[in-house]
Ligand binder design. Structure first.
Ligand code: PRP
Ligand code: ZN
Ligand code: MG
Length: 226
């Protein structure tokens, strides 16, 4: 029961690492907007393509619920929430339309510097703190390892020092956060970057045509960049 709309709505991060590059990329596709006073909604002027500025973690849900048609979000966030919504062999809720070439990072397993890392089996019976329970649990299952997943929404990297967990599973970009917390990355679970995501279902004809137009322009813009 998606509301009928003749405009396309794209969710992007309001502030944070993906916010500026996401907007710049869409502007390079020829989009321009008029901002609302609260700066949460940008009304498309050159094309009927509007922006909704939100927290990155809310973007998959907004797409799944049909509130937004597309979103620019980290693959890590998308797959984590897809695992929560679909999972267990059920079909994916989302489709990754394009990888966008910015916001590169990896979801990594990290252990204290002092550990002599031998391999994943060392994690058996240990507690691992993460904000990515679905992705971590699936990986542990694939490895055949029974460990406790400790869910934290932030500051995951201090969990070992606080005695909440022995290891962590978190995003690593420059590696500075791990280093500052005397942790070292030992396994990569996922390579991530910003992606343009949409629902796994088809758009209605009007929004489908707008999405096609946007994708053509996006492909042109991405080709120039790389
Ligand atoms: C991520 C991650 C680490 C940090 C790693 O958080 O959770 O804290 O970046 O980056 P580094 O390797 O360059 O130090 P971020 O602040 O991006 O977002 P969040 O608030 O959603 O956790
Ligand atoms: Zn976030
Ligand atoms: Mg963080």
């Amino acid at each position: 029961n998606t509301p009928v709309r003749d405009r396309l709505r794209i969710a992007i991060q309001k502030s944070g690492r993906l916010a500026e590059p996401a907007r710049a990329l869409l502007a390079s596709c020829g989009l321009s907007w008029r901002e609302s006073r609260d700066r949460l909604f940008c009304y498309g002027e050159s094309l009927p393509i509007d922006l909704l500025l939100v927290r990155d973690d809310d973007i998959p849900g907004l797409i799944a619920d049909g509130v937004c048609d597309l979103g620019i979000v980290g693959r890590n966030v998308l797959l984590e929430q897809d695992g929560g919504r679909s999972g267990n062999g059920r079909p994916s809720v989302y489709r990754e339309w394009r990888a966008l070439g910015f916001g590169g990072c990896r979801l990594a397993l990290a252990v204290p510097d002092s550990w002599d890392w031998q391999g994943p089996e060392q994690l058996a019976g240990k507690r691992i703190a993460t904000s990515y329970p679905a992705l971590l649990s699936r990986w542990l299952e694939e490895q055949g390892i029974a460990a406790d997943v400790v869910l934290l929404s932030g500051s995951v990297e201090i969990a070992p020092r606080l005695g909440q967990a022995e290891a962590i599973c978190d995003l690593v970009s420059s590696g500075a956060t791990l280093t500052a917390n005397q942790l070292k990355p030992v396994m990569t679970l996922l390579e991530s970057e910003a992606v343009l995501a949409g629902p796994s279902t088809e758009f209605d004809p009007v929004r489908g045509e707008l999405a096609d137009l946007l994708l053509r322009r996006l492909d042109g813009a991405l080709r120039i960049r790389h």
